[in-house]
Design a protein around this ligand. Structure first.
Ligand SMILES: [Zn+2]
Length: 419
C-alpha cells in the first residue's frame, strides 16, 4: 500500500481529492501530516466559464482525532481556482472541513458527543486538542424548541442555583426524566409567562406536580394547571427531617471537649445517626475511635449514651422515618402533633412546616410518586454546574443540560440547527 493510502485509511479520510505527502512525529506526543487538496477545476459558478488552476493556499492547520495516543494535526493546502473570464478566485472544497472552517466535521461530532456527557468544557477542549471557543461554538449551534402541544402527566419542579445567588427554574417529566423547560429565573411572572403559552387543553393534562417543600409556587401551579395535585417531594421531606437531626447532633457535640471521645465519636459517625436504623449492618469491625471491634448498631448506642437529649430526639426521628417509609401518614402526623411542644426548636421549626403542608405530604405518601426523587438528574446537574465555571451565559448552561438529558432520548424537542 502506498503511504498516502495507508495514512488516509488509518485516519479514515474519505475525500479522494486529498493526498498526503509527508508525516512527521513531533516531540513524541503528536503527529503532523502534510496534505494537499486538489482536483480538476470545475466551471465558474458565477459565469459558467472554464477556470484554471491558480495556486495553493497557505496550509490550514486542522486538529484531527487522536490516533494511538498521538495528537494529530493535518496541515492542508487547498487548491485555488481562477476564472479566466470574470477573474473570481475560489478555494477547493472538501468533505473533511466545512468551508471557511478549520475544525473537521468529525471533531465537531466528537464535541457534540462529549457535550452530552458530564465533562467540563475545558476538558473537552483539551481532550480533542481544540480551543475552548471551538467547544462553545459547537454548543451554541444547538437550539432548544419547546413543544407547545405536550406536557407530561406528572411533572416535577425544581430550582437550581445556576450561579451564586442566581436561581433558575427547571421542570421535568417525572417519568422519563426529560427536561420540560429551564428558565433563567424562578419568579412567579417568569414561570407563569412560560406555561401560559401552552393551550389550556394541554395544561389540563397535568395531573401531578411534585415540588420542594418550601416552594412558593403552590398556588401558581394550582392556577396554571386546573387538574393538578401538588405533591411534596418525598426526597425533600426526608432531607428536612434528616437535616434537623444533623443540626441537633452538632448542638449536642459542640459543648464536649474537642479531644474527648464524645466529641470525636459524634463527629466521625455523624452518618450513622442520620441513617434509617433498620439498614445499619451488624458486621463487627475494628474502630480506632473506640479501640475495639463494634457493629454500627453498637456505635449508635454508644453515641446515644452520651446524651439523653440526643437519645430521645434520635428515637423520635427514627420513628418518624419509619412511619414515613411505611407510608403511614396518620401515625406520622400524630407523632408530630404529640411531640411538637416538647422537642428542641430545631425540630419544632421543621414540624410546623410539615403541619402547614400536611395535605401535600399526605399526597406524597398516598401517590407513591417521587420516591427516589430525581436524584440522577440532581447529580447530573450538579456535575455540570461544577464543571461549568465557564458558563457565563445561562443559555449555554441550559443547552448543556438539555443535551445531557434530552438529546439521547426519543421525544426530543432539541434539534441541531445546522451542522
Ligand atoms: Zn467566472
Amino acid at each position: 500500500m502506498e503511504q498516502n493510502d495507508y495514512i488516509k485509511e488509518s485516519l479514515d479520510i474519505k475525500d479522494p481529492n486529498i493526498t498526503f505527502e509527508t508525516e512527521f512525529i513531533k516531540c513524541f506526543t503528536h503527529r503532523e501530516y502534510q496534505a494537499k487538496l486538489d482536483y480538476d477545476a470545475p466551471n465558474c459558478p458565477a459565469c459558467q466559464e472554464k477556470r484554471e488552476n491558480y495556486d495553493f493556499q497557505k496550509p490550514y492547520k486542522i486538529p484531527y482525532l487522536e490516533m494511538g495516543g498521538f495528537k494529530v494535526l493535518i496541515r492542508l493546502k487547498k487548491r485555488r481556482f481562477r476564472c479566466k473570464t470574470c477573474g473570481k478566485i475560489q478555494v477547493a472544497k472538501t468533505s473533511l472541513v466545512r468551508e471557511n472552517h478549520q475544525i473537521p466535521n468529525i471533531i465537531n461530532h466528537k464535541i457534540t458527543e462529549k457535550l452530552m456527557g458530564r465533562k467540563a468544557m475545558t476538558k473537552i477542549a483539551e481532550d480533542l486538542s481544540v480551543s475552548l471557543s471551538t467547544v462553545y461554538r459547537q454548543l451554541e449551534r444547538f437550539e432548544s424548541k419547546t413543544d407547545w402541544t405536550y406536557l407530561p402527566e406528572v411533572m416535577s419542579w425544581d430550582e437550581y442555583a445556576f450561579k451564586k445567588g442566581k436561581m433558575s427554574f427547571i421542570a421535568q417529566d417525572y417519568q422519563s426524566k426529560k427536561i420540560v423547560t429551564i428558565l433563567d429565573r424562578r419568579t412567579q411572572t417568569v414561570i407563569r409567562n412560560h406555561f401560559m403559552c401552552y393551550p389550556h387543553k394541554v395544561r389540563s393534562r397535568v395531573k401531578v406536580i411534585t415540588m420542594d417543600m418550601f416552594s412558593p409556587h403552590y398556588s401558581l401551579a394550582k392556577k396554571l394547571f386546573p387538574n393538578t395535585k401538588i405533591v411534596l417531594d418525598r426526597f425533600y421531606i426526608i432531607q428536612n427531617l434528616s437535616r434537623a437531626m444533623n443540626r441537633f447532633r452538632i448542638r449536642i457535640m459542640n459543648p464536649f471537649e474537642r479531644k474527648s471521645i464524645e466529641y470525636r465519636a459524634l463527629k466521625h459517625y455523624w452518618k450513622l445517626i442520620q441513617q434509617d436504623r433498620r439498614i445499619l449492618s451488624d458486621k463487627r469491625f475494628y474502630r480506632p475511635t473506640f479501640r475495639m471491634h463494634v457493629t454500627k448498631q453498637e456505635i449508635v448506642q454508644r453515641l446515644l449514651s452520651f446524651s439523653d437529649d440526643l437519645r430521645s430526639h434520635y428515637e423520635l426521628y427514627q420513628l418518624l422515618l419509619f412511619h414515613f417509609q411505611e407510608k403511614k401518614g396518620e401515625y406520622f402526623f400524630e407523632l408530630i402533633s404529640d411531640t411538637i411542644k416538647h422537642v428542641h426548636p430545631i425540630f419544632k421549626t421543621v414540624f410546623s412546616t410539615f403541619l402547614k403542608d400536611k395535605e401535600k405530604i399526605v399526597n406524597a405518601l398516598k401517590l407513591s410518586f417521587s420516591n427516589a426523587k430525581l436524584e440522577t438528574t440532581n447529580n447530573l446537574i450538579k456535575v455540570i454546574k461544577r464543571n461549568a465555571f465557564g458558563f457565563r451565559k445561562f443559555e449555554n448552561f441550559k443547552k448543556r443540560i438539555f443535551l445531557a438529558l434530552n438529546i439521547k432520548k426519543e421525544r426530543t424537542s432539541f434539534v441541531l440547527s445546522r451542522c
